[in-house]
Design a protein around this ligand. Structure first.
Ligand code: SF4
Length: 184
């Protein structure tokens, strides 16, 4: 299929996902920003709650996406991280941030330092943007770094989840993951 047909495919897939969105998940998503703003939990525990809900939403999307292990196109895009996400990676893996951040640049097309043999080596600690990326196109073709700017595709947005996440990174600089960690 061509670009227009595949964009239409993703729009229909997105509509279908919205219609079939489980009521309990919808309730959790609508409440998460308020809930996390009221509970006494450490920022890392709150981030974990955001990640857990993203995982549940990801499971709902899974049958409708061509994303799968071994496809690493989006690991060659810019990958933003904030301080709380860096802390989470440091707490859950053996990786530590660089003492001196590397300069920012256009990293599009460069592999993430955690990409090993086409798989994420810090999968359970990966940042928010990695967890949120789900293609709804019929194939992964349009995710290739040299094609990713070809056109917009519909995607499922989770506004309250994003709000909960934004509250955790307020005041933090936003880096690209390649500025903060080196490949080992
Ligand atoms: S952290 Fe993992 S999922 Fe995210 S871009 Fe890097 S290798 Fe890919």
């Amino acid at each position: 299929m061509g670009l227009k047909e595949d964009q239409e495919f993703s729009r229909t897939a997105c509509e279908r996902l919205i219609i079939r969105f489980p009521a309990n998940l919808l309730k959790k998503e609508s409440a998460i920003a308020d809930r996390l703003s009221q509970v006494k939990l450490s920022p890392l525990k709150k981030l974990e709650a955001v990640y857990e809900l993203l995982g549940e939403i990801g499971a709902h999307i899974a049958p409708s996406t061509p994303c799968k292990k071994g496809c690493s196109s989006c690991c060659h895009y810019g990958v933003t991280v904030s301080d709380v996400e860096v802390q989470y990676i440091e707490a859950r893996t053996r990786h530590k941030r660089l003492k001196q951040m590397l300069p920012n640049e256009d990293f599009h097309g460069q592999a993430c330092p955690f990409l090993k043999e086409n798989s994420c080596s810090i999968y359970l600690a990966r940042p928010f943007v990695c967890r949120r990326h789900h293609s709804l196109a019929p194939t992964p073709e349009w995710c290739a770094p040299d094609k990713s700017a070809a056109g917009d595709f519909a995607r499922l947005e989770s506004s309250e989840l994003k709000k909960a996440f934004d509250a955790l990174r307020v005041g933090s600089p936003v880096w690209d993951i390649r500025q903060v960690f080196r490949s080992q």
